[in-house]
Write a protein that binds this ligand. Sequence first.
Ligand SMILES: Nc1ncnc2c1ncn2[C@@H]1O[C@H](COP(=O)(O)OP(=O)(O)O)[C@@H](O)[C@H]1O
Ligand SMILES: [Mg+2]
Length: 306
Amino acid sequence: MNIIVSIKNLKKIYKNNLVAINNLNLDIFEGEIIALLGPNGAGKTTLISTICGLSSISSGSIKVKSFDVVDEYRKTREIIGLVPQELALEPFEKVINSIKFSRRLFGKKNDPIYLDNLLKKLHLFDKKNETIKSLSGGMKRRVLIAKALSHNPKILFLDEPTAGVDVELRKDMWDIIKELKKDGVTIILTTHYIEEAEMIADRIGIINNGDLLLVEEKQSLIKRMSIKTLKVNLKKSIAKIPNKLKSYKLKLDVTGNYFLYNYKTGLEKTGITSLLSDMSSIGMELQDIQTKQTSLEDIFVKIIKD
Ligand SMILES: Nc1ncnc2c1ncn2[C@@H]1O[C@H](COP(=O)(O)OP(=O)(O)O)[C@@H](O)[C@H]1O
Ligand SMILES: [Mg+2]
């Protein structure tokens, strides 16, 4: 896999001495969708701003393709599109003019065919000549994406693309993002919706307090961190967990009717077989059993807490 963005020992300290990014290292691969997850104030927007050259770097370096984002700002900026967190649009401008304007900022000549195709892809083509203020919230978000893609960038940053939007529109945005990936665009999005990362990302990075706590393939992260809970309903209720079963760290319900057993799915041995045989050896009979899988949400909360 080719590395398209390479961040080395990045540190960002704001003027008030706040350390927003703390010695961060990250390689982003060409063509992937990477979701940066983290609570408010984690440093996600700051990270994006430094890569896009909108915010200065305190130390470390960032390369986009082979270009340095500080020394070769124009070159790196040309490869990047940014959909900012805040809606920033010109209300009285026509959709097409707003997009043409964005393209011109990069010194690129008008390309009506490219822009029409872009509008079509974003289902905006029939709004081409409408003023932005007449559009719905969802359409405005699409215009922001169109502006970010107006100069045909290879990398698209989306900073909280679906913050505060309804479920319907969120799903539309996910479809758009997946389509862009098919076109070969590398996508970096920040979000604090775990479901969003779960739905569309190839890799997940978790940021908290300016630290990148982990970056990992979504599937392997879920597999590795995933805990299942086994619920064992008993035929006869019990007052406490028998000594024989101490090592399983079971959680007995207050009713005494059932207990819970947590086990890791990534491990070869779950311990279920021996638990059941130990139960039967002391004459404990079970009524039935159920299992429940932890979600990425549970994993995220656990990582941030730890
Ligand atoms: N211009 C700024 N000056 C000083 N502190 C800032 C500035 N921008 C952001 N911060 C602080 O940096 C930290 C990270 O903010 P931000 O990158 O916006 O986080 P996120 O996007 O993850 O919510 C926060 O503590 C925030 O208050
Ligand atoms: Mg932010």
